[in-house]
Ligand binder design. Structure first.
Ligand SMILES: N[C@@H](CCC(=O)N[C@@H](CS)C(=O)NCC(=O)O)C(=O)O
Length: 214
């Protein structure tokens, strides 16, 4: 059987959310770990924009946006109901807001020195205002858009964790108890553990890594 191929990078939040959906849906594929500074030409030929994740299907369709990968694999099998139609619209709206309002500030905060940006705290504060809104949501429901984990949680958690890890003592000191609860539950989850395995960078002669592994 020809398996789909996933080009992935362990620490990339976009790739993490794709792997979360792949793990949840048990969508078996060949995982090829990529070094961002040395991307395989096989990947760039398939997806010239050269970002990870990239999913290549057996019929040669190429899906190179993480949210599209999530929706595709969950569309084939969605045992936890992450795409539940009652909540899908709300999930997609919140994901869009995260990408337009939070993610640019996260980048300016996290990569402050790299981008020669003298005001990381300013961007942390703006990003923090968005997190304050997420915390308020999580005060009234267990997960972001309801009482169970949905697409929005899986798509947004990797970015909130990246923010938290930039200065964990500062993050833990904020009065976002609901957000802390939600993030800690994810960090301790079996699901997250399963998508964070370390693999050597893929080379064409390597044996293929099958993902999910269990
Ligand atoms: N919109 C894309 C963004 C993916 C993205 O930007 N991934 C980063 C890594 S986290 C990347 O591949 N950057 C290209 C590079 O660093 O060369 C998606 O959702 O898949």
């Amino acid at each position: 059987m020809v398996l789909p191929v996933l080009y992935s990078f362990r620490r990339c939040p976009y790739a993490i959310r794709a792997r979360l959906a792949i793990q949840a849906s048990r969508f078996e594929c060949k995982l090829r770990e990529v070094l961002l500074r040395d991307k395989p030409s096989e990947m760039i030929i398939e997806s010239p924009k050269a970002t990870v994740p990239v999913l290549i299907l057996p019929d040669e369709r190429v899906i190179d946006e993480s949210l599209d990968i999530m929706r595709h694999v969950l569309g084939t099998n969605d045992p936890y109901g992450w795409l539940d139609s009652n909540w899908l619209h709300a999930s997609l709206e919140l994901i869009e807001a995260t990408e337009t309002q939070f993610k640019p500030q996260l980048d300016q905060y996290k990569y402050a020195s790299r981008e020669d940006n003298p005001k990381p705290e300013y961007h942390r504060q703006i990003a923090g205002e968005f997190l304050y809104e997420l915390d308020a949501r999580l005060a009234s429901s267990t997960f972001l858009v309801g009482e169970k984990m949905l697409l929005a949680d899986a798509a947004i958690l990797p970015f909130v964790r990246q923010f938290a890890q930039t200065d964990r003592p500062w993050f833990d000191d904020q009065k976002w108890s609901n957000l802390h609860r939600w993030l800690k539950a994810f960090e301790g989850s079996d699901l997250r553990l399963r998508v964070m395995n370390k693999y050597p960078a893929w080379k064409p002669d390597n044996a293929e890594t099958i993902f999910p592994s269990s």
